[in-house]
Each structure stands twice: as C-alpha cells, then as structure tokens.
Design a protein around this ligand. Sequence first.
Ligand code: GCO
Length: 477
Amino acid sequence: MNRREWLKRTGILGTGLILSNLVSAHTLLFTNRALDFVKEDFGKDFLWGVASSAYQSEGAWNLDNKGESTWDYFSRKKGAIERGENADVAADFYHRYEEDIELIKSMNFKVFRFSISWPRIIPSGTGDVSAKGIKFYHKVIDKCISEGIEPWITLYHWDLPQILEEQGGWANRKIIDWFKEYVEVVSKEYAGKVKNWMVINEQLSFIGNGYMNGIFAPGDKKLGKFMKAVHYSVISQSEGGRIIRKNVPNANVGTTFVTTYVEPINQEKKNIEAAKRMDAIMNRLFIEPCLGLGYPEDTVPMLKKMKKLYEKGDEELMPFDFDFIGVQYYFRTVAQSSIMPGMRAKEITAEQRGVPRNEMNGEIYPEGLYHQLKFFDSYKGIKNLIVTENGTCVPDVLENGRVHDTLRIQYFKDHLAAVLKAKREGVKVSGYFVWSPTDNFEWDKGYRTRFGLVYVDFQTLNRYMKDSGFWFKEFLK
Ligand code: GCO
C-alpha cells in the first residue's frame, strides 16, 4: 500500500483534503447593493486599517543576515507552489516600505498591521539577535509614526526559522521556549514605540495546512504532529501574551483566528451533527483553550487524545486574558456527514454548489462575517473584537495604469454592511482591517491570486492603486 492509499484508508487524507479546501478557501459576493452607510456610522473610535505579513511582502529573503525560514525552504520544493514561484522578492516591501506606508496613508487608513520575520530578527532561531533585522523594523515603525499611522505588530505570521523546523518545529514542545525567547526580544525592543500587538496569526491555517494536509510549510501530513502543534501553539500564544504584558507598558494585546461560518447542507440530523463537528474544528479548536474552556472534545471526541500531551501545569498555561481577539473571515463552509474518522464531516465546496466564489474557490458570503462576529461575541471571556483580516481575490487587469476591480469594491461594501449590522446589535467590534494593502505572495498560490488595494506589477515592482483603493480613500476621508 503506498502512503497515499494508507492515508486514504485511515481517513487522515480525507480529513486533510477537507481542511485544505476549507483553510485555503476565500469568498466574494456578487450583488449590487447601494451603499447605505457612511464611515461615521461605525463610530468615531472605530479603527480602519490594512494588514500584511512579512514573508508575503518583504522579499529580501537572504539579505542583511536574515536566516532561512520554513517558507524559504518549502517554496523551493518541486510542486509546492503554483508555477514554482517563491517570495524571494515578493512585493519588495523591504526596500519599498516607505512608498507602501505613504500609499496606506493616501488611502486614509490609520492602522498598519504587519508581521515581524522571526529569522530576520534571530537568524538561527535562538541565540544571536541581528542588529540589521532589528533596525529594519525600527525604520518601518518610525515611518508609520511619522505618517500618522499606528503600527500594529503580528509576532508570528508563519515564517518559522527553518533550523527550528528541522528539530520538529511546532510539533516539538521546545517551541514554547524558542517562541518565548523571540517574543522577549521583539517586545522589549519595540515597547517604547508600539502599543498594539498580535501574538499569532491563524493557528488553524499554518498548523492544519502545514502538518496535516501538507499544502503549507513544512508540508507534513501527520495527525500526530498536527495534534502536538495545536497544543504547543496554544501554550505559546498565551505565554507570548504574558510576555508582551510584562514588557510593554499599557499594551493592547491580542491574537488572531481564522473563522468560517459553517452550515449543514440540509436539515437532516446527521448533517447538522456533521456541521457541528466541523464548526468545532474550524472555529472552536483554538479560541476555547485560550479562554480556559479546553479543547472542544464534547463535539469531537478524538480531541480527548490531546490530554495525553498535557504536562503538569499546562491547564494554567493555556489561557490568557487577551484585550482583543482578531477575527479573520473570508468564506462560508457547507458541511455534510461523512464516514471519515475524526471530524466525520466533509465539505460540499462552493464549486459543487455552483455559488459565487473568488479565485480561490471560496464562497462569497458576507452574512457569514455577521454570524461569526456574533459567535465570537457570545463568549463571555472576550472583551473586544477586531476584524483583523477580510478581503478577496478577483481577476485584476492592469490597463493604462488603472485596475477596475468593481467586484472587490462590492465585496467590501457587503462585508462592511455585515460588520455594521453586528455592531448595531451590540457586538463589541471596534475595527476593520483590509487584507491587504498591496498584492503579495499568496502562499501555495504564489502570485496568481491578488488581494491588494494596490496592484503590484511583479516584473517592475511598480505600484498602481486599484479602484478599490480609491474607493477606500473616498469612504474614509
Ligand atoms: C490568511 C493569512 C493571509 C492570507 C489571506 C488571503 O488569512 O490566510 O493571514 O496571509 O494571505 O488570508 O488568503
């Protein structure tokens, strides 16, 4: 029996494939509703921002002492990335950050969420700190501040030092100490300038896709590694929160979760149950231990096995009282019961259902964002929500320096309407960040799918504001 067949028989591959469809899918709605709200309806303190990440935009992959990351390594594997692309240069943010921050300002955003590359700061994962790496982010932060833009830092957006991956990465319990060391360095260094922090970006995405279905770095397909990585990342995330709290006076400490609105294909009991299990994995797996509720083993009994990984004291280490939770929403998921072990549910894709979808085959379903905000808001322990990512990929065409991305504008109108609806019903949502300021490297999809408000010509690296960028400029003025 070859490996693939074995995986199929044990059901692991099946589950993995489901995760792959879900985790990498994103959405868009094709309606033409008139805009019936203005910026002021969200309140005067509502935060308007854009979000990006280091690996996807910086480039400069081996400049100025930067160490190799898991993505630098993984992207060189044959077949890992569409068209064999990598982010060696990406959007060249490393050299063009000033222009990009000026563009963000010109679109009237007040917040720039970006991530720090661990191997740029600590090239060998642990130990020596790179002065050049430290200096680069000082320059980015200073530029933001001088333009009147608040820098919001994500500490981990998936670019683990490769040297640590070679020792097991997130599936090695030592990651907790490695990560703490990195967070100590970064939070101490920028404490005087940066108040707003997010510890980890979307555990489900990099752990589900990286250790279970293999489409993200490091490309593993091992249930055992997946389970370990879940548990160690939960502890690391909360430990990271505690370190920021200690090092940064008056810090606003958060973290981000990917979320999807899960519905059953029909009202048959078995499908309703399947949707509940899928929802537990997709939406509850990481937030609940963080809130002190443990893993959702009531719904997915397989998660009882997580207890085997617990060491003394883990239950105290798992939760942390975050100031805000970042909600990242792109698509809805429709579930059907299946015989596959574990989740015992499978996704009926947007393609199969013939519904509007984006270029990554994610269903466009703005109401889902409303539901997910309500869902997170219903947890007693959550104090504040921010939509830290929302956006879409549509076929962008650059013509005479312009990109008429009307579908993307409509997407934003519809999703903002969903946020406002939730807010008007009392949901504690205090900000909305667009993914992403410029086009960048979209993980396994490479440069094929574009999410930016600003178009990047990846040959010349020239930037062109899309109509959606002009739309925000007007909406936020
Ligand atoms: C994520 C990541 C981003 C993606 C974005 C579009 O949510 O997957 O945070 O890095 O690029 O979501 O797919």
